[in-house]
Design a binder for this molecule. Structure first.
Ligand code: GLA
Length: 391
């Protein structure tokens, strides 16, 4: 168990048992990509890959952070909270800073060790898991009384202000609100949500990690967001009532095609269609119609690749490989893009063959290893164990 390693490390470094252990999961997203910051719908779920935290309060104002995976530490005082030149530390510091900005009082410093098995840069939201776990841990540790929704919003602000990515709310929302065997249909306009049981006994969710890290992704991500905002701004001339692409129908968009720069039009077209697809996909899920659901996933990939242009040759290859397979009913790139994973719905009895064949094909084509994971849908961030210790 990963959390035992983290707890052990904590004991080795700080010489006492952690007060609190927390598990904060990564996420998948079944459908609804790049719709969250456009106030549309998303359909994510928390998964059995997570970041674990071991944490204790201190008697002074010092905060000591240790990254188990990077074997690196960072220390600062609550009296001087500022960005670090260590990128990993900023995810934690950012959450702390945003909590304080909201008016909460952090009375003492703390010791924390964290690490886990969410692969970095794979589109499984390791950073959101870190931020969500940190917020949850501080909330528990100091009884701050922050709601789950506010924890998600705090984590999002930390990502904006400390990591510089203008991400939507999906990743942290899923890490915090996840529910075993259910997907979350989240309306990113008013943040209302409902759980849908993900009932697919004959299918397994398989992720194929291209190994391409989306470094370029962050700046391109912000660019896509800006292009969508530009589209809304231009269309407001004709439709002053619209606030986001959520308020734009396919017909309204078509009527503005000559007013929008062609790139902006393509981006908006993808988003407007994707928002609609999530609704259709959810209706299909309610009817246990996984075939329709899978088709929508393929359509999403096509849009992300051709219109939103956030795919890459490796991801396109992985999706194309599944097109001729009867054992795969849906596949697409997942997350922000420019690398990371594809998500595949694969007939359970064919999973091992699928993985073996796609790994071989990938290796032959790109001369790199393809890591594949079968994932299960789990609860969101939670406390693992609490021990009363004197600090
Ligand atoms: C990243 C962002 C999310 C979302 C996805 C794309 O994961 O963090 O907010 O925009 O990309 O759907």
């Amino acid at each position: 168990m990963y959390y035992k390693l983290i707890n052990q490390k904590f004991e080795d470094i700080f010489d006492h048992t952690p007060f609190l252990s927390v598990r904060a999961p990564g996420r998948i997203n079944l459908i609804g990509e790049h719709t969250d910051y456009n106030h549309g719908f998303v359909l994510p779920a928390a998964i059995d890959k997570a970041i674990y935290f071991a944490i204790s309060p201190r008697n002074d104002q010092e905060c000591k952070l240790y990254s188990y995976d990077l074997h690196d530490s960072h220390q600062f005082s609550l009296e001087k909270i500022e960005k670090s030149d260590k990128g990993w530390a900023n995810f934690l510091i950012g959450v702390l800073a945003e909590i304080i900005k909201k008016g909460h009082k952090i009375p003492n410093g703390f010791n924390v060790v964290f690490g886990g098995d969410v692969p970095l840069g794979a589109g499984l939201s390791s950073s959101a898991a870190v931020e969500s776990g940190m917020g949850f841990a501080l909330n528990q540790l100091f009884n701050l009384g922050i709601s789950k929704l506010d924890l998600a919003l705090i984590a999002q602000q930390a990502e904006h202000n400390f990591a510089g990515v203008k991400c939507g709310i999906m990743d942290m929302f899923a890490s915090i609100h996840g529910k075993k065997n259910s997907v979350i249909k989240l309306d990113c306009q008013d943040l209302s949500f409902e759980y849908f049981p993900f009932h697919a006994p004959d299918y397994t969710i398989v992720l194929c990690n291209s190994g391409i890290k989306h470094n370029l992704g962050d700046s391109e991500y912000n660019k896509r967001r800006a292009e969508c905002e530009e589209g809304v701004k231009i269309m407001q001339n004709a439709f002053p009532q619209i606030n986001s692409l959520r308020d734009v129908s396919a017909q309204m968009l078509r009527s503005q095609s000559d007013k929008l720069p062609s790139i902006v039009y393509k981006r908006c077209k993808y988003v407007v269609e994707e928002i609609e697809r999530v609704t259709i996909a959810c209706e299909a899920l309610e009817k246990d119609d996984l075939v329709t659901f899978g088709q929508k996933m393929y359509e999403t990939h096509e849009g992300l690749s051709q219109e939103y242009e956030v795919s890459c040759i490796e991801l396109d290859f992985l999706v194309e490989q599944t097109l001729s397979l009867e054992t795969v009913i849906g596949a697409r790139m997942m997350g922000g893009g420019f690398g990371g994973c594809t998500i595949n719905l694969v007939k359970t009895d064919a999973v091992d063959t699928f993985i073996e064949e796609i790994q071989t094909a990938y290796n032959q084509t790109f001369n790199t290893e393809l890591h594949s994971y079968k994932v299960n849908i789990t609860n969101g961030v939670e406390e693992i164990r609490k021990a009363q210790v004197s600090v």
